[in-house]
Design a binder for this molecule. Sequence first.
Ligand code: FPP
Ligand code: FPP
Ligand code: MG
Ligand code: MG
Length: 420
Amino acid sequence: IAAWRAGPNPFDLVRPDIELLSHSIKQLLATDHAVLSMAAQHFFDRQTGKQFRPTIVVLMSRAVEAAPLAPAAHGDASPPPPDASARPSPPPLEHVPGVRELAPPSAPAPAPAPMAAPRTPIATSAAGTTTTATAATAAAAAAPSNGADTRSTAALAFASAREKQYRLAEITEMIHTASLIHDDVLDDADTRRGGAAVHKAYSNTVAVLAGDYLLARASLMMARLRNIHVVQTMARSLEALVQGEIMQLRATPEERMQLALYIDKSFFKTASLIAYSCKSAALLGGHGLDSAVTQAAYDYGYHLGLAFQIVDDMLDFTGSADALGKPKLQDMALGLATAPILYASNQFPELQRLIKRKFETRGDLDRAYALLMQSDGLARTRDLAHSHASKAVAALAPLPDSEAKAALIHLCYIVLSRDK
Ligand code: FPP
Ligand code: FPP
Ligand code: MG
Ligand code: MG
């Protein structure tokens, strides 16, 4: 994986864009309700978020810009084709948690069949697609603005696909932040991003409303992209986030022991937002729903997001060991069994009992940690993260070489090698 480092540092490459983006989100959050505005800006002011997601969206936008547009496979009048890139597709809520057979993580759904013939750039093809930037721009400019909308209409008078992609990066970070504000209420967390969680600094009421408000603003911005496929894709990512939380909440003792369910939950909770955002970046770049470029963008986000979450779960055991001289074990303390423990339980079935009872009996945490250390759980978890990072790199193959693509590959290295 050392070769992945050849490209530019992803964060350095887009730093100026991301700085503008933070500023622009703050302006967008101006509202008549001072307390909501304060609560929502609470996060964006401190600038302690890693801004992973907008960084990826900006890089992906540039990477797909270099790819030729495939000819439209269907006209504007025909219904959209089945959404091949949307997998795993969220089941209806009433089926959660469902008894679903999932492909093992090392063998996810097969990649789309390669295009039979190399695609030729067709200069006029964009006009035939349903994602034409110019048409939407005209519509945005022509749209009447009214009352409270005036302020942001000026900011959102889109001129180009690239500008829309920046709006998308903002939308993604706003959705992510909204989910964290709500998550801290659900988890009763005291701190976030180096300060008090919103519900601690204000109240539960304010935190719920601030999260809702961020989502409402993000939804408005989404609508203004004037691209129904992007709205649908991002709406699905919202559904997935909620679904991930519900899966975690309602998992039965048996389900808590299944690696497939862990992967599925990790997709919903973490990878979905970045996968759907990457897909949307391609759509806004003029690539069709069924194009290899759009699929590549989705697959990259899917695998990178999973790799990130798996590394995160590994660091819960190994990360603080160096700093504190003892493991942090936060996940197990919350009753969560992540990849390292699940792998270890194959080797030491004794762990199954502990997982099922959420490590709640006295001594469970120490016993589980001791067994994990005797097992190959951490090594197998590292392999799993490695395998997803490799798939993320491989997914980029359909995109032409570019600085942005090289930076996206570099990001896979960073995700695997980070130690905190
Ligand atoms: C906070 O996000 C943590 C989560 C949402 C849980 C898991 C998420 C990750 C491990 C990061 C996912 C990364 C990618 C590439 C999809 P955060 O750690 O990004 O928080 P921040 O925005 O405050 O930095
Ligand atoms: C962090 O996970 C939380 C998430 C990744 C998603 C939270 C989603 C919701 C609360 C559903 C509502 C969604 C929206 C869009 C408002 P974590 O608790 O495992 O990680 P942490 O250690 O960073 O808290
Ligand atoms: Mg939490
Ligand atoms: Mg949580």
